[in-house]
Design a protein around this ligand. Structure first.
Ligand SMILES: [Ca+2]
Length: 347
């Protein structure tokens, strides 16, 4: 059994919020226009500077041409300098636009109706994975939670309802979709382990194709929101780590091996093993927290570690199991504590 190189951060940042689509489109158009203008300016400026320079050299070579040659050389220099200045101006404008969009993303609040199960979005649904294997999902309502402490406190809004797997993905579920089982601790109803972020993402892709739904990894914010189930305590069940064993398989009660899912108490929204058993991959790159409130954050654009949450049977420190704490690992890591839980976008 190998322990994941956990990077605990208490209440740590999750990632910068994604810009709203309209602003992102505006930025893309602005960048495109700036790029075209920049290319045109650079091309024309460069050609003009080159021609003036060549003509200037020819003039200088002739009798009495030195003065006119100098004038042309100065003109060429001015054109070149102007080209550089225009480039710099376009760069500054693009930077200002990017900052505007980023700031806007942090400040956006989305109004939403209270979640109510409907015929199109029932409170529970079951995905058919084939071979008699199913996956139960529950509807998670939109809402808000708070991350951070003191001056770093900030509100995170989940603006849309989504589905979350009631349990971690089990080995029989993984086998049904991927036709293999890489787990170190074998058991049909144990969570699949030894899976990388890439493996988990591939599973979601294949299951999406199979079910004609959008099955995916949860964002780190969705995961924490679903884990909290309306609470603001350290754990979904309160602040007392002495209760951890009632809700989670962890180093203190697991004999360092995974256990069948659904044996411990669920959180208030009916999610099992959200604390403990296997670490759960989230879609986000591990990154710094933006300041201020965010809506539907989905992580930085790039990074080296993908977020994992919830702690595992390999973790002896109860801090790691807290709702707010994130771990991170390389997306190709296949450690024996690496598992995942599916989320699903509403049909
Ligand atoms: Ca877990």
């Amino acid at each position: 059994m190998t322990t994941a190189p956990v990077v605990p951060t208490r209440p740590s940042p999750d990632a910068p919020g994604a810009a709203p689509p309209a602003k992102t489109a505006g930025l893309a158009v602005a960048s495109l226009v700036a790029g075209i203008l920049g290319l045109c300016t650079a091309g024309l400026g460069g050609i003009a500077g080159l021609i003036l320079g060549i003509v200037a050299l020819k003039k200088i070579g002739r009798s009495g041409g030195a003065l006119r040659g100098r004038g042309l050389a100065i003109a060429g220099l001015i054109v070149s300098v102007c080209t550089v200045l225009v480039w710099m101006l376009l760069g500054v404008l693009a930077a200002v636009k990017i900052l505007e969009v980023r700031r806007g993303a942090d400040l956006v609040y989305t109004e939403f109706a209270p979640a109510a199960p409907t015929a199109a979005a029932p409170a529970e649904l079951t995905l058919d994975l084939g071979g008699g294997v199913t996956m139960k999902m529950i509807l998670i309502p939109p809402g808000k939670f708070t991350r951070g402490e003191g001056a770093n406190r900030r509100e995170v809004t989940i603006s849309k309802p989504f589905y979350m797997g009631v349990t971690e993905v089990t080995q029989e579920q993984y086998q049904a979709v991927m036709s293999k089982n890489p787990s170190w601790s074998k058991g049909a109803t144990n969570p699949v382990d030894g899976v990388s972020w890439n493996d988990a993402t591939e599973f979601c892709k294949k299951l999406s194709e199979k079910t004609h739904q959008t099955v995916r990894l949860p964002t780190a914010a969705e995961w924490e929101y679903a884990c909290r189930a309306g609470t603001q305590t350290a754990f979904s069940f309160g602040d007392d780590p002495a209760e951890l064993g009632d809700y989670a398989w962890w180093d203190g009660n697991s004999a360092k091996t995974t256990h069948p899912v659904g044996q411990k108490k669920p959180n208030a929204w009916g999610l099992y093993d959200i604390h403990g058993n296997v670490l759960e991959w989230c879609v986000d790159w591990f990154g710094e927290d933006p300041k201020g409130p965010v809506t539907d954050p989905s992580g930085p654009a790039t990074g080296t570690l993908r977020v994992q949450r919830g702690g595992s049977v390999g973790n002896p420190d109860d801090l790691v199991f807290e709702c707010a704490v994130r771990a991170g690992n390389s997306p190709d890591s296949r450690l024996s504590v690496n598992g995942f839980r599916c989320a699903m976008t509403l049909p």
